[in-house]
Design a protein around this ligand. Sequence first.
Ligand code: PMT
Length: 218
Amino acid sequence: FATGQLAGRHVVITAGPTREAIDPVRYLSNHSSGKMGYALAEAAVEAGARVTLISGPTGLPTPERVTRIDVTSALEMLEASLAQAPQCDLFIGAAAVADYRPADYQPQKMKKGDEDTLQIALTKNPDIIAAVAQIENRPITIGFAAESEQLLEYARGKRERKGLDAIIANDISREGLGFNSDDNAVTLIDAERELALGPMSKTRLARALIAELSRYTR
Ligand code: PMT
């Protein structure tokens, strides 16, 4: 892996989960640790890029020479992404964005009621990576697809629907891989080919992915 493949290029990466507030003390979220996105940020720095990491809440330290923008919700991640996307060459959506948020945020802590069940209405969040892929002079736009079944088929569909240059299909059905683990296995899918990578550490996988993605040109 030669360094310098991304010299002079600006890479923006989203990482981690989003949190969707129900009330001031409660939220909906998922098990993303941010490790995959942070490893990609490190690998992009090693390859010579200027890197901006748009991060949901994680317990991870900011990698060296990376500019980090902290966000909490999907709407905040969308705003930061649309602000950064026009100024970057490569945009990678590794974040596990919540597909839905509570329809009505309760400004006071919700009280426990007498009923045994509680229903919370949800509303769909905007699709961040699809929005980035639609801007004028778009960057090379890469998504992930976390799937627990029919991995390649669902991932191909997501790549087309979201208008992405490539999608990284992430099998999350296998123990010890994917969400909140140190290792991962993926298939990089673009219009021409499908390349299986791993299982290997997220650090090594990120280097292999950055080497592949740095070959794409607009
Ligand atoms: O963070 P780790 O613990 O290291 O785990 C890594 C990971 C499994 C979270 C990561 O490798 C991964 O697969 N990220 C994508 C998770 C996901 O939400 O996938 P999805 O299939 O639901 O979304 C598809 C793509 O659309 C993703 O690029 C996602 O960032 C994007 N998306 C989804 C919903 C939404 N509202 N906006 C989006 O931009």
